[in-house]
Design a protein around this ligand. Sequence first.
Ligand code: SF4
Length: 326
Amino acid sequence: MTMEHYHAVRKGEALPVFMRSRSVDADFSPEDDTEKLFSLHDSLLSEAKGMTDYSPKEKSLLDLKIHLTRETLKKCNLCERKCLVNREEKRGFCGVGINSHIASMFPHVGEEEMLVPSGTIFYTGCTLRCVFCQNWDISQFPESGREIPPEDVAKWLETENVINANFVGGEPTPNLYHVLQVMKNLEKPLPMIWNSNMYMSEKCMKLLNGAIDLYLSDFKYGNDDCAMKYSSAPNYVKIVKRNHLIAEKHADLLVRHLVMPNHVECCTYKVLEMLKGMKALVNVMSQYRPDYKACEFPEINRRLKPEEYEKAVNKAKELGLEILTQ
Ligand code: SF4
């Protein structure tokens, strides 16, 4: 069964994992060596796993995650770009500084049925450069939006009629420090959703473990040539596949695959094949529309044909994947 944990949290039968992490004591000083603190972090994760009661600690595993994320920003390698810039002074590929900007947040009713109304928080900036991006006005303009303190975002989640917190963008990865601080201020036991392109570093995946209940992932390309051409993403397949394998081990996984015109064989088939055997629900999506710079690429400058979508769905069925279709 997929999505078991998500549904259990929704029904109040299980704690969201950020509340487990807040219930684990973490005895550390910010002056301690970062490598040692990562070891402490890893050993506390197993303690958090077994937590069934929420009893927030003065200094918890979640505080340790926040501290380690802040340290990581001094030489940022939250995603596989590994820019190694100090984000207090400089911007890397994503253009996100030390403080996150939010373009909008609202109860989203257009997500998958079991996720709505979803408390969706749109961060600015992205670690990819997809030429067909539908949110290009925020993903490629990290200075758009405004700074909203994490405690205000937490309060908003507590007062709105939403059934989860959905961190998206742009891309949430460069904004992890802000995301974790939202969790630190949140007292409502909502499932936490990481709605992402999955181009994170292994270090980022480690920090997400014990914070995220459901990965709402995007798996676009079946080969690195297409990933380079349309998203400027080196080593895409290896990185994104690896992160899916990590994600399914420590959380629920709902994968979105957007079928693209003329990319059924080279991308859709390959992505679906990689998902075979993973514990994942797969949403095979048909709503591609050419946006942003897609007009510069004639082969993707049109909507999807019904027969292309049909081929994609048939392949998913043939592979025995648990799928959602449109
Ligand atoms: S999040 Fe990624 S793109 Fe942004 S500065 Fe860090 S390593 Fe670079």
